[in-house]
Design a protein around this ligand. Structure first.
Ligand SMILES: *[C@@H]1O[C@H](CO)[C@@H](O)[C@H](O)[C@H]1NC(C)=O
Length: 488
């Protein structure tokens, strides 16, 4: 063993111990006994092993037991909820193994069924071996910041098991980015090999401690591309809280979380507006969350005065073409995305990246209205140069109203939607008029209604005339993610 490295590790452990007086007792004793009991190397085992609950330690996920809640019943351990056998085995073995004498255990769960989860931990008699319990909905980074604070254990000394890897509710990815080696076990800890492999991977990983490392379901190891601290992103200011002096920047594609920024990091005082285009780098703020830094006003070929900030919504082919070509005059959604917008609101129409999978039923609807194949083909096409990923047209919305299935099944209604009543959404929005943009404009699409800055010169004549006597969108009041009084 390298003596220098070893004393360095000891030194930093002691430092940590003194920094967290609450944990200094066990930390320093842990140093002593690790020396005594470990024949291989210091830190060959994690100091803290953290488990997700739902679908990692036990199954099913608690939200799937809603029928119990309706009957006012608590889930019963071993009956309604079962531990994965290998999970229990793992804990029991480690509890008996000298090598893990100083290893602590914790759970970190985002379940909304907080009381149930605590009750089940008791029923399974797991509470007694758990040193830390973090159960609350929200971002798992918070659970880990709490664990670090209460245990005094650094992220590199933790090992984390979770069935969710990435995406909106993914846990392995954000937690591994914090520096915790994360084990992705999509089917739970169902067999011994999962944790046996995890322990040996931890030992190897500990030599370099690369953040963003995940032990995958098949036992292999991947490392996420670290966020390059110098990489610049471009986006638009989506929301500002002037009083508290922060805001969010919308950037990246669909599913990218808006980026937080603080007014202190703006290059030029507080002179900023929703819709402004910025470029920025990403740093991890002290609270462990991402924040924009090195913010600059985005350099654009277009002068800002030639830009107009507009609402945009996305629609997939063929419907985006059917709407742009004036065939489709009703848009239906089950969601409420158009509800906040008054009649007369103008929005850009963006062509989504997908083709809407309606099983070509729009063709049947169009044929039932007397159109032939050539006419249908023409109505489903966008002009040359116009296509996916672009704002293609500008529309004026009429009223949004709720419909019954019966109303949606009226042939005339079906033709206006270009879909059968059963496939249509329950809220219909009238498309009063539509016109192609003079040129298509690349815009990164997002769900719902979003905003983008567009070169004014692409807007066809007669659409921005009422700008002067309206608010131009600048006084939009924002509640959550929804814009109100959105008329241009
Ligand atoms: C709306 O919901 C109904 C019932 O769930 C579904 O059949 C239909 O496809 C949905 N339509 C849209 C446009 O989302």
């Amino acid at each position: 063993m390298n003596y220098g490295l070893c004393s360095l590790a000891l030194f930093s452990t002691l430092l940590r111990a003194s920094a967290f007086s609450r944990s200094s007792v066990w930390r320093s004793s842990s140093v002593a006994s690790t020396y005594a009991s470990t024949s291989t190397s210091l830190n060959s085992v994690p100091s803290l092993i953290v488990f997700d609950l739902d679908n990692t330690l036990w199954t099913p996920e608690l939200y799937q037991l809603r029928k119990l809640a309706r009957n006012n019943q608590l889930p019963v351990a071993h009956k309604d909820v079962k531990l994965f056998p290998a999970a229990k085995e793992m804990i029991m073995k480690m509890k008996k193994d000298e090598k893990y004498a100083n290893t602590k255990f914790a759970v970190a769960s985002r379940t909304k069924s907080v009381d149930w989860a605590h009750d089940l931990l008791n029923q399974f008699e797991l509470k007694e071996w758990l040193d830390y319990v973090e159960i609350f909905p929200g971002d798992k980074k918070k659970h880990f910041n709490n664990l670090k604070r209460s245990s005094g254990i650094d992220f590199e000394e933790m090992l984390f098991f979770d069935d969710a890897r990435d995406g909106k509710f993914g846990n392995c990815e954000p937690v591994s980015a914090m520096g915790v080696l994360s084990v992705h076990c999509p089917n739970g800890i169902y067999e011994e090999s999962i944790w046996v492999n995890a322990m040996s991977q931890y030992k190897e990983w500990y030599a370099h401690k690369t953040p963003g490392t995940i032990v995958e379901w098949d036992g292999s190891v991947t490392t996420m591309k670290p966020t390059d601290p110098n990489e610049r992103f471009r986006g638009n200011v989506q929301f500002i809280n002037r009083e508290k002096r922060f805001g969010f920047i919308q950037y990246g594609g669909r599913g990218t979380k808006d980026m937080f920024f603080h007014f202190n990091d703006l290059p030029y005082g507080d002179d900023i507006n929703e819709g402004d285009e910025l470029s920025f780098t990403v740093v991890t703020a002290r609270n462990g969350k991402d924040a924009a830094a090195n913010i600059e006003i985005s350099k654009s070929d277009t002068d800002a005065s030639d830009l107009v900030n507009m609402h945009v919504f996305s629609m997939n082919l063929p419907f985006v073409a059917l709407l742009s070509n004036g065939y489709k005059t009703l848009e239906t959604r089950n969601g409420t995305m158009f509800v906040p917008y008054k009649s007369g609101t103008k929005m850009l129409l963006h062509a989504g990246q997908r083709i809407y999978p309606d099983g070509d039923r729009h063709i049947d609807v169009m044929k039932s209205g007397g159109l032939d194949d050539d006419e249908i083909k023409a109505l489903k096409s966008l002009p040359p140069g116009f296509g996916k990923g672009m704002a293609v047209a500008i529309v004026e919305l009429g009223e949004t109203f709720e419909t019954t299935l019966e109303e949606r099944c009226v042939p005339d209604f079906q033709q206006k939607v270009a879909a059968f009543g059963a496939d249509a959404g329950m809220r219909a929005t009238v498309i009063r008029r539509v016109e192609y943009l003079k040129r298509p404009v690349k815009v990164s699409g997002r769900g719902g209604v979003f905003k983008a800055n567009i070169d004014k010169s692409v807007i066809p004549d007669g659409w921005l005339d009422d700008d002067a006597d309206s608010d131009g969108g600048s006084s939009d009041k924002k509640t959550g993610k929804v814009y109100y009084s959105a008329t241009f």
